[in-house]
Design a binder for this molecule. Structure first.
Ligand SMILES: Cc1cc2nc3c(=O)[nH]c(=O)nc-3n(C[C@H](O)[C@H](O)[C@H](O)COP(=O)(O)OP(=O)(O)OC[C@H]3O[C@@H](n4cnc5c(N)ncnc54)[C@H](O)[C@@H]3O)c2cc1C
Length: 431
């Protein structure tokens, strides 16, 4: 039975504003207008980091691929990302275990860990110059008494076989000069310039024959083994599968009740004297809500983000910029008094979250040939990498039970009591 899905297209200007420091050393990839109707194995709607990762992966599998973007690829949420490539999920392992049981939650965390190292290897394999640096993360408690909670979280991570160690207040003070009650130091994360990464991946896909075109997808029409994409031009794209990688610009999907849109703000300081930066330039983030996160850049800036709130109107979000940036600057000063907090870049963007902190990846209900790739949350890019691999498997009819963990129509998690006796030696994480 034919099924139609009208697609929305939100201007990138609605999603992000201000100026981030990314992509200064490169030109955006060349894209063609849609001159004629054409047919592909897979059409990807959206050329941000998610669409780029999917395009790279599917062209590596020998599929013919078209990437449509209504604007300049990468200049949506990808250009606003602070690009901390983390395996730690916004929802702590202890909390995710309450929702889904320890075994499933631990397996999800382990997959996330594998995904970050897979992404780093992919970048290295293609020699993409995007400032990739392996980093450890320092997850800090924001309040007195939070240390005990982090110790408990570390115990869950230990059981799951995840890397990391709990650091007490004295250790944080002497080794990191950070005045907090406790923290978790973990290896296995990385940082990058998200725009250079996204453009680099698109360039790889285009070199392999992917067709990158500037068109807005306005409607999907699925019938039998084909999906037709109507565009804002006179032409259509036909494909065996369509991937929706439209970021936080949501098409008219019956999205799960799990999803929630917010806004987030970020700044980059002037370059610092490298000698004044913190130990190992770890990625720092807090257990608070709204949370604070910090990293450094290859040119020695400090990038600080957070102050998320429920704002969804772009005008209101932009109006809050001065106040939010000042709050972030003040929090930076408190956490790292050595910093020169002069702000060079300030920006903000719409941010999407889910109730369980997990992405939305998989077939759109009633449209099995339309696959969604929505990597929400603070580690959206890690989830986008997972989405690329999962979608590659789904297209070749490979199914894994755990794909359902990220299904669009999964239930909002019911609160479950953690069973202390459950097996924590679930099978290793692999795709
Ligand atoms: C302030 C901020 C900080 C963040 N920090 C981090 C972080 O540290 N680490 C991390 O992993 N993640 C972070 N994220 C999340 C991460 O940035 C996102 O998960 C990621 O950028 C989403 O990429 P995307 O390709 O899915 O979306 P986008 O980059 O928005 O790309 C979607 C593209 O689809 C196009 N499009 C939309 N609709 C249509 C249509 N109908 N037809 C054609 N084209 C269409 C748009 O023009 C756009 O180019 C952060 C996000 C924000 C806002």
């Amino acid at each position: 039975m034919p099924t139609d899905l009208p697609l929305q297209d939100t201007d990138q200007g609605e999603l992000v504003s201000g100026r981030s420091p990314w992509g200064r050393t490169a030109l955006h990839p060349w894209y063609n207008p849609l001159h004629e109707s054409a047919s592909f194995d897979v059409a990807i709607v959206g050329g941000g980091i998610t669409g780029s990762l999917v395009a790279e992966h599917l062209t590596a599998r020998g599929l013919s691929v078209c990437v449509l973007d209504s604007e300049k690829p990468g200049l949506g949420s990808t250009s606003a990302s602070t690009a901390m490539l983390q395996w730690e999920i916004d929802t702590q392992l202890s909390e995710l275990s309450l929702y889904y049981g320890f075994d499933k939650a631990a397996a999800i965390y382990r997959r996330s860990l594998v995904a970050v190292s897979g992404l780093a290897k992919l970048i290295q394999r293609h020699d993409i110059h995007c400032g990739l640096r392996p980093r450890s993360t320092l997850y800090l408690t924001s309040n007195a008494g939070g240390a005990r909670e982090l110790q408990r979280e570390m115990a869950f991570r230990d059981r799951a076989g995840l890397p990391g160690e709990f650091l007490s207040h004295p250790y944080l003070m002497t080794e990191f000069e950070i005045e907090r009650d406790g923290g978790i130091l973990s290896s296995g994360a990385a940082e990058a310039d998200p725009l250079l990464l996204s453009w680099g991946l698109l360039a790889v896909a285009v070199k392999r024959g992917a067709y990158l075109t500037n068109a807005s997808a306005t409607q999907l029409h699925a019938e039998g083994a084909r999906v037709v994409i109507e565009t804002d031009t006179r032409h259509v794209i036909e494909a065996k599968h369509v991937v929706l990688a439209t970021g936080y610009s949501m098409p008219g999907l019956p999205m799960p009740k799990l999803h929630h849109a917010t806004s987030s703000w970020a700044l980059a300081t002037v370059p610092q004297d490298p000698a004044t930066l913190w130990r190992d330039r770890v990625l720092m983030w807090e257990d608070s809500r709204p949370y604070l996160y910090m990293r450094t850049s290859t040119d020695n800036r400090i990038i600080v983000g957070g102050e998320d709130d429920d704002t969804t109107d772009a005008g209101v979000r932009d109006g809050k910029m001065p106040e939010k940036i000042e709050t972030l600057r003040h929090k930076l000063q408190l956490l790292w008094p050595q910093a020169d907090t002069t702000v060079d870049y300030r920006w903000c963007g719409t941010f999407g979250e889910t109730a369980d902190g997990l992405p939305l990846i998989g077939p759109v209900p009633d449209m099995p040939r339309v696959l969604a790739a929505y990597g929400y949350g603070g580690n959206g890019i890690t989830f986008s990498f997972m989405a690329a691999l999962m979608i590659g498997a789904m297209i070749s009819d490979t199914r894994r039970d755990w794909f359902d963990d990220f299904a669009l129509d999964r239930e909002t998690p019911a609160f479950k009591t953690f069973s202390a006796g459950s097996d924590c030696h679930a099978s290793g994480a692999s795709f």
